[in-house]
Ligand binder design. Structure first.
Ligand SMILES: C[S@@+](CC[C@H](N)C(=O)[O-])C[C@H]1O[C@@H](n2cnc3c(N)ncnc32)[C@H](O)[C@@H]1O
Length: 213
C-alpha cells in the first residue's frame, strides 16, 4: 500500500470510529502520559503557543492546552475528528489535514505535543516529522510525544470496527534520531499502556529544542 492510501485509511478510519474511539480512549490508563503532560505544561512560558499534532476530538488534551496557552493550533487528518475539535475547543485554531503538509511559520511554537499520533504515519516519515517539529519550535521550545515502542513496517487491519493503519520504528531508532538531532532529551520513559482491548507499549519523550549556540 502506498503512503497516500495509508493516510486515507487513517482519515477514513477515524471518521468512522469517532464515537467508538471517544469511549475507548476515555478508558485508556497511561499514568506516564498524565505525569509528563503536566510536566510539559509546567515548562511552558506564560502566553505560550502550542501545536497539537493528531489532536483528535480535542478532548481532553487540546482543551487542557487551550485552558493555559495563548495560542493553540491543532491538526488532524480526519475531518470528523477535526470538526469535533473545533466544536469542543472553540478558541483553538484547528486545521484539517496531514501534519506532513501543514504550513506553519518556522520557530513559531513554544511547544508541540503528539499524543499517540506518530504511529499512524508511515514509519518512513517519522524522521521527517521530527525535522518538521524541530523547525516549528523556537530554540528552547519543548516537545512531548509518544512513539510506538515496537518495530512495525506497517500494518493495516480492523481496529475498533474500521480499517486502520499503524507503523513504528521502535524505541532505539527514536532515541537515535533524537540524539542525532537538535534536541536535549529531558524525559525518556517506556510505558505499558492499559487499553480496553489489551496493552500497548509506547516510548514517551519530553525533549527541548537546543537553544541557539
Ligand atoms: C490515537 S488518536 C489520538 C488523539 C489525541 N491526540 C488523544 O490522545 O486523544 C490519533 C489521531 O491522530 C490523527 N492522525 C493520524 N495521522 C495523522 C496525520 N498524518 N496528520 C494529522 N493527524 C493524524 C488521527 O486522525 C487521530 O485523530
Amino acid at each position: 500500500m502506498d503512503t497516500e492510501r495509508e493516510k486515507q485509511v487513517v482519515a477514513d478510519g477515524y471518521d468512522a470510529i469517532a464515537d467508538a474511539f471517544a469511549a475507548w480512549s476515555e478508558a485508556v490508563v497511561d499514568p506516564v502520559r498524565d505525569r509528563l503532560f503536566d510536566r510539559f505544561c509546567d515548562m511552558l512560558p506564560t502566553g505560550a503557543s502550542v501545536l497539537d499534532i493528531g489532536c483528535g476530538s480535542g478532548v481532553p488534551w487540546t482543551r487542557r492546552l487551550a485552558d493555559r496557552c495563548a495560542v493553540v493550533v491543532g491538526v488532524d487528518i480526519s475531518p470528523v475528528q477535526a470538526e469535533a475539535a473545533r466544536h469542543n475547543v472553540p478558541t483553538a485554531d484547528i486545521r484539517t489535514g496531514d501534519v506532513m503538509a501543514l504550513h506553519m511559520p518556522e520557530q513559531s511554537m513554544d511547544g508541540v505535543v503528539a499524543l499517540y499520533a506518530t504511529g499512524h504515519l508511515p514509519a518512513a516519515e517519522h524522521e521527517a516529522l521530527l525535522l518538521r517539529i524541530t523547525g516549528w519550535l523556537r530554540p528552547g521550545g519543548i516537545l512531548l510525544a509518544s512513539f510506538p515502542a515496537g518495530i512495525d513496517v506497517g500494518w493495516t487491519g480492523e481496529w475498533l470496527g474500521a480499517p486502520m493503519f499503524f507503523s513504528g520504528l521502535g524505541t532505539d531508532a527514536y532515541r537515535r534520531l533524537l540524539a542525532a538531532g537538535d534536541w536535549d532529551v529531558l524525559a525518556d520513559e517506556e510505558a505499558l499502556v492499559r487499553e480496553p482491548d489489551g496493552e500497548a507499549r509506547f516510548l514517551w519523550i519530553i525533549a527541548r529544542r537546543q537553544p541557539r549556540a
